[in-house]
Write a protein that binds this ligand. Structure first.
Ligand code: SAM
Ligand code: SF4
Length: 459
């Protein structure tokens, strides 16, 4: 929990203000950074004005994310002018991409560190403190040492991320990830299981396994178990009630993984399976490695083993060469699947990727219009999928008091849908049987199931 330290006695402490952009992988990296720097005597604060160290963990997946990070850094210029001892650091994908060039674009920045250099942050900070020199470290170092830093869970937290692999070998034509996070590298299974056991000892009940393509887990280590064996092993860890994972690549999704949804009790009935487009021509140009029919077969297989599975996905509109017909094929695929939720993006050209050199770029206006139509369709589908749950009793793992009302608690179903219902802080961390009364677009409204003597348990 961060403190309002401008108003408190600062004592002899150092304060860290950290802001994270982008995906869960970055969130997990930031948690690791906080753990590392706590050991160095830092405490986190929500107020940048009071910090001794300001750190932005950046994202570069789309141009908008990159611009956001730069403009945020711009806001800290005044603070640096007021306090020359303030250290400003930038990490993550944008830092990796820009490297040395950032120092001239942001002349008041002290440290630029890449996606493979997180474990060296304490050393970098000491160097700046000692001789005040600005510097950049973005070398790819293998094995990636930060993979083995366990982010200390916050008091009372019920869920945690566990990174099981880093990087990606797929080179989808639009994507910067393989360029900025390096080649795929799996983490040894024993280390992962030891971390999950430690998290369970700290009271963590839900783990989300992270990787750009978790289905490829184990391929870089001779004799390593594969992803489904890892899932089964984590399913046996005492105290872990729910397992989730992201992201799964459709081309590598095996029947054994589908079977896990039926056989591993702790594995939650939700999969995030990015499709990107419903047009075979576009999928080919994107270098995705599957066709629309193959994707639909995977969905059918998943629903065979786990009929109630919730399926979410990612779609890019306006990829170079996307015609109205290609776009309609995406809408038609959405009609065939009825996703529970969809993250949709306008194609954003990224330097260094194959698609940056493609012809037939789609005009911005067309992209915006396509995105709008697609999002309207998805809203209908999300509501339709949520309404199926009305009248049913769902196991809801309570995360804490709702942000919208102090009389409500908020939690998640196994299918990862948010449920709000009347209750107090004493329910945090418990799993409650909740009757779903009303489905909305972003959450479900429920009430504790009557007729059950103990609707909530700590398991
Ligand atoms: N590894 C995952 C996968 O294979 O789908 C996710 C990678 S990325 C962090 C998350 C999503 O961002 C992608 O699924 C894609 O839809 C979107 N994305 C990636 N590059 C993009 C680009 N250049 N323009 C627009 N969206 C992009
Ligand atoms: Fe990017 Fe494709 Fe790798 Fe996902 S699988 S991280 S979209 S290159």
């Amino acid at each position: 929990m961060s403190h309002n330290i401008c108003k408190e006695n600062r004592l002899d402490r150092k304060y860290l203000y950290i802001q994270t952009f982008g995906c869960q992988m970055n969130v997990n990296d930031s948690d690791k950074i906080v753990t590392l720097l706590t050991e160095e005597g830092y405490e986190t604060t929500d107020e940048a004005e009071c910090a001794d160290l300001i750190l932005l963990n950046t994202c570069s997946i789309r141009e908008k994310a990159a611009q956001k990070a730069f403009s945020q850094m711009g806001r800290f210029r005044m603070l640096k002018e007021r306090n020359p001892n303030l250290i400003l650091a930038m990490g993550g994908c944008l830092a990796q991409q820009w490297g040395q060039k950032i120092l001239s674009r942001v002349p008041y920045l002290d440290i630029v560190f890449g996606t493979h250099n997180i474990h060296r942050l304490p050393e970098f900070i000491r160097r700046v403190e000692k001789n005040g020199s600005r510097f950049v470290e973005t070398a790819f170092e293998l094995p990636v040492k930060s993979l083995n830093i366990m982010a200390a869970p916050e008091n009372g937290a019920v869920s945690a991320y566990v990174t099981i692999m880093q990087g990606c070998n797929n080179f989808c034509a639009y994507c910067v990830v393989p360029h900025l996070r390096g080649r795929e590298e799996s983490r040894p299974a024993d280390d992962i299981i030891a971390e999950v056991e430690k998290l369970a000892d700290h009271g963590i009940r839900v783990v989300t396994l992270l990787g750009q393509n978790v289905n490829a887990y184990g391929k870089t280590i001779a004799g390593s178990p594969g992803f489904t064996q890892l899932l089964r092993a984590i399913g046996r860890v005492k105290g872990i009630e729910r397992i989730r994972f992201t992201t799964s690549h459709p081309k590598d999704l095996s029947e054994d993984l589908m079977r896990c949804f039926a056989e591993v009790d702790a594995l939650c009935g939700h999969i995030h399976l990015p499709v990107q487009s419903g047009s075979d021509a576009i999928l080919r140009r994107m270098n995705r490695g599957y066709t629309r029919d193959q994707y639909l077969e995977k969905i059918e297989g998943l629903r065979h083993y786990c009929p109630e599975i919730s399926v979410t996905s990612d779609v890019i509109v306006g990829f170079p060469g996307e015609t109205e017909e290609d776009y309609r094929a995406t809408l038609a695929l959405m009609e065939s699947v009825t996703f529970d939720n969809l993250f949709s993006f306008k194609y954003s050209e990224r330097e260094g990727t194959a698609a940056a050199g493609f012809d037939r770029q789609v005009p911005e206006k067309v992209k915006s219009e396509r995105l709008q139509r697609l999002q309207a369709l998805q809203e209908e589908h999300t509501l339709k999928r949520n309404r199926i749950l009305e009248g049913s009793a769902q196991d809801v793992l309570v995360e804490g008091i709702s942000k919208n009302s102090e009389h409500d608690v908020t939690g998640r179903t196994r299918s990862n849908k948010i449920v709000n219902f009347r209750g107090g802080q004493d329910l945090a961390g418990k799993t409650c049987s909740v009757l779903i009364k009303k489905a909305c677009l972003h959450s479900l409204r429920g009430e504790l199931a009557r007729g059950e003597e103990h609707p909530c348990s700590s398991k």
